[in-house]
Design a binder for this molecule. Structure first.
Ligand SMILES: O=C[C@H](O)COP(=O)(O)O
Length: 249
């Protein structure tokens, strides 16, 4: 973490929640008081209105987990960036490995999604990360560079406005966490790649995701190029999510 970048902790609720369950979680987050990190939750589409209503007048932001590349039209099931903006979304996650894996999202599609989000004033959180097989084959650097490169080329000078999340696929939901050194090594690579493309690279927030919990957040966030986290399972419990936010102090 650097002193010049405000830490950011984002909860990715994935496909969890209900009106009743969310109500308790959102109220607990809202009641938390000042946090040392900027915090936000990315909720399933049907609950955007609920998040917007409950978190209004709180410092906690909200957003979505995906966005269509299309502006409008006959795209059944898709949700546009303008619609997300209509609900006050501050962030949208793009290119999560679950979207890449289960929905065949390519590097270019992810980059195009980041572009449409920015065009509507929503900050894309672009996810990159290698599978276990890729790490074991020594391909981590090549994989994350390729994933980031597509976004850099598509966003051009706007690249400095996005957030990047490094999420090793083997650490997601598995209880396995990259060591702080492993995570920092990849974050440093990503920042160097961004620095070659944008004068804003030093101000960009790079998040780590993959089994971040209250007991490992502090040491991860203490790394020089880790500016917060993208949190899955632990974001579903207010107490854990807030403890992770506080670990950014
Ligand atoms: O977007 C969040 C990541 O997929 C991490 O999920 P996790 O914290 O449950 O491992």
């Amino acid at each position: 973490m650097s002193e010049t970048r405000q830490p950011l902790v984002v909860g990715n609720w994935k496909m969890h929640g209900s009106h009743a369950v969310n109500e308790q979680l959102l109220e607990a987050l809202k009641a938390a008081g000042p946090l040392p990190a900027e915090a936000a939750v990315c909720v399933p589409f049907p609950y955007l209105a609920q998040a917007a209503e409950r978190l209004a007048r709180s410092p906690i932001g909200w957003g979505a987990q995906d966005v269509s590349v299309h502006a409008q039209g006959a795209y059944t099931g898709e949700v546009s960036a303008a619609m997300l903006a209509d609900f006050g979304s501050r962030y949208v996650i793009v290119g999560h490995s679950e979207r890449r894996q289960y929905h065949g999202e390519t590097d270019q599609l992810v980059a195009d999604k980041a572009k449409v989000a920015l065009a509507k004033g929503i900050t894309p959180i672009v996810c990159v990360g290698e599978t276990l097989a890729q790490r074991e084959a020594g391909e981590t650097e090549a994989v994350v560079k390729r994933q980031l490169s597509a976004v850099i080329h598509t966003l051009g000078p706007c690249v400095g406005e996005m957030v990047v999340a490094y999420e090793p696929v083997w650490a997601i939901g598995t209880g396995l966490t990259a060591t702080p050194e492993q995570a920092q090594a990849v974050h440093a690579l990503l920042r160097a790649q961004l620095a070659a493309a944008s004068p804003r690279a030093g101000q960009m927030r790079l998040l780590y995701g993959g089994s971040v919990k209250p007991d490992n957040a502090k040491v991860l966030f203490a790394q020089a190029d880790i500016d917060g986290g993208l949190i899955g399972g632990a974001a579903l419990k207010a107490e854990d999510f807030l403890a992770i936010c506080r670990a950014a102090a």
